[in-house]
Design a protein around this ligand. Structure first.
Ligand SMILES: Cc1ncc(COP(=O)(O)O)c(C=O)c1O
Length: 389
């Protein structure tokens, strides 16, 4: 039984400039910027271009601080402990620079980690002799099993643990609040990779005892690309090491992370316009719609691919992304999954993501307020033939 999709939200599709000829079911990768947010950003660019000197020297940093406060409140983050950074990748690099593990120290990660973060951690291994401990966590693992798997591998040499709040490759929610509390008791720093969390989960940092958390507002919170928030626990703020030293170096956290030479700050300043979309519909309404539509898409695609409906991967509560295992032979390795994604885009006019995890290819679909049942139905109608061809 596939059941009904959720009712569309009034006017939601028209809020986006997305190509109407394409079914965009990959919101989780790069987000999508609503038209009012693009307009707000364009007004900022116009203001800058009309008088760059005044734009930068009048009250730019007060405006950045106000936008940061709005983003922090939305995420449930501590405004005094938050800084804007360009993206989760930059946030991770900043945390690695602050923690500065040395020869023989350990960083514990799970096997659900984001590829760029894996590479950043591998780089610590190559350049500094850090040991990387990768903890396997099963698809659909219970919270208790995930917590136990991670904590079991934390030892006296562990200098940092990194856990995704919601993973990219597997669209799986992890119990980061419980892990954070346990690690705080042991005095081991935790970085929560919350790249997907803002706008997907309500106030994802509230009550989180992690030393570090980074979340992208340019995915699910409708901000322009280049907008992420890094929250740093009080003990670590003086130990942060900017990757670029600039005028605000003497000012310390958070200004020395935000003021890094001449940059385009319009994405950060326009971010609050993205948060207005949540006021328009209500956070819970958007979340319920997206989660129900992703589940519908998974059921439609599961049926088309002949998968057992009771065995489809469950992402955990409140996650509007879903995985579908693809038949063996559909793709082998990262290059193959990228090629398959391109074929789906070109041949079917659908933009999903195709992931490679534990030697298996998965289709990953996302649902956002601009999506409708027809997007997933189009993919379901075309995919079996494409995979055979
Ligand atoms: C779990 C996770 N971490 C980190 C990132 C990196 O985000 P960005 O490319 O904005 O740095 C992503 C992006 O998809 C992600 O899904």
């Amino acid at each position: 039984m596939i059941g009904d999709p959720p009712a569309p939200l009034d006017g939601a599709r028209e809020l986006f400039a997305l190509d109407p000829a394409v079914a965009h079911v990959n919101h989780g990768s790069f987000g999508a910027v609503p038209v009012p947010v693009r307009q707000a950003r364009q007004r900022l660019i116009d203001e800058h271009d009309a008088n760059p000197t005044r734009f930068v020297t009048a009250d730019l940093w007060e405006r950045v601080a106000a936008a940061r406060a709005a983003a922090a409140a939305f995420c449930g983050a501590d405004p005094a402990g938050s800084a804007f950074v360009a993206n989760a990748t930059t946030g991770t690099a900043l945390v690695l620079a602050a923690v500065a593990p040395g020869e023989g120290d350990e960083i514990v990660v799970t096997d659900h980690g984001y590829h760029a973060v894996e590479l950043a951690v591998d780089d610590q291994h190559r350049r500094r002799g850090v040991r990387v401990v990768t903890v396997p966590v099963e698809l659909g693992a219970s919270e208790a099993d995930t917590v136990a798997a991670v904590l079991d591998r934390v030892g006296p040499r562990t200098r940092l643990v990194i856990v995704d709040q919601v993973s990219s490759a597997t669209a799986q929610r992890h119990p980061v609040h419980t892990i954070a509390a346990a690690l705080r008791d042991r005095g081991v720093p935790l970085l929560v990779d919350g790249a997907h969390a803002p706008g997907m989960l309500a106030r994802p940092v509230a009550g989180l005892a992690a030393d570090f958390w980074v979340g992208n507002l340019h995915k699910w919170a409708f901000a322009p690309p280049g907008t992420a928030l890094l929250q740093v626990a009080p003990d670590w703020r003086d130990r942060m090491v900017p990757l670029v030293v600039s005028h605000s170096q003497p000012d310390g956290f958070p200004l020395f992370l935000e003021q890094q030479g001449t940059l385009d700050h319009s994405p950060w300043l326009a971010a609050p316009a993205g948060l207005d979309v949540f006021d328009r519909y209500g956070f819970d309404t958007i979340q319920r719609h997206n989660v129900a539509l992703a589940a519908y898409g998974q059921r439609v695609l599961g049926q088309a691919l002949g998968l057992d409906p009771d065995a489809l991967p469950e992402p955990g509560p409140e996650v509007p992304m879903r995985l579908l295992p693809l038949p063996t032979g559909a793709a082998r390795g990262f290059a193959d999954t990228a090629a398959l994604r391109t074929r789906i885009s070109v041949e079917l006019g659908v933009e999903p993501n195709v992931m490679w995890w534990r030697d298996r290819a998965f289709l990953r679909i996302s649902a956002q307020i601009y999506n409708s049942a027809a997007d997933y139905e189009r993919l379901a109608a075309g995919l079996p033939g494409l995979l055979r061809g």
